[in-house]
Design a binder for this molecule. Structure first.
Ligand code: ITT
Length: 185
């Protein structure tokens, strides 16, 4: 079965291809802008986005709203992660955390999947810490400043390893469980 991944971010598509192909799900990248409502809730962004996409007659797709939530910044950038990444970038986040001892943070990923007329929304989390400098070339977004094991950033590990522990990987595990429960795969 083919699922469209509706996103402007090719890095997400690559991660879905790697984690979902083993379940017979083939990914197709579709760049289709949809309204991301202003709310502090990733699931609401996904649910409203799915309504809009379905109203355009598109079915069998995945949307993904993710963010980095930094403890000492009271959850910032959170739902504003894309804007923060585009404006202040990783260096800006590091600057905000200059001299801050508590480096705790978590990535969250909310997946909305429309499949065979059914709707599944799941959220995965990955706890870790913010490093003191950028490191590594792989991945995208905040990967060079986030470490789940305190040793290597997400930009310094292979995609398979990132998928095994990441917010998106954890959300995919929940999605697979739900697809199995509903006998879709
Ligand atoms: P779409 O909304 O078009 O899917 P986006 O990149 O804007 O693409 P999000 O709003 O979900 O995606 O992501 C918010 C920001 O968080 C964005 O700058 C991403 O690069 C970043 N981000 C999301 N997932 C990430 C991950 O696995 N690793 C590093 N950064 C990530």
């Amino acid at each position: 079965m083919k699922l469209k991944v509706i996103t402007s971010n090719p890095g997400k598509v690559a991660e879905y291809e790697k984690s979902l192909s083993q379940f017979g799900l083939e990914m197709e990248h579709l760049k289709l802008p949809y309204d991301e409502v202003q709310t502090a809730d990733l699931e609401e962004v996904v649910s409203k986005g799915m309504d809009e996409i379905v109203s355009k007659g598109i079915r069998n797709f995945i949307v993904d709203d993710s963010g980095l939530f930094v403890d000492s910044l009271k959850g910032f950038p959170g739902v504003w992660s894309a804007y923060a990444q585009k404006t202040i970038g990783n260096q800006g986040i590091l600057k905000l955390m200059d001299g801050v001892e508590d480096r705790g943070a978590e990535f969250r990923c909310c997946i909305g999947c429309d499949i065979e007329g059914q709707r599944i929304i799941v959220t995965g989390i990955c706890r870790g810490t913010i490093t003191h400098e950028e490191s590594g070339d792989a991945g995208f977004g905040f990967d060079p400043i986030f470490t789940h094991d305190g040793e290597r950033t997400f930009s310094e590990i292979p995609m398979d390893e990132k998928n095994a522990v990441s917010h998106r990987g954890n959300a995919v595990k929940l999605l697979i469980e739900e697809l199995r429960t509903r006998n879709i795969i």
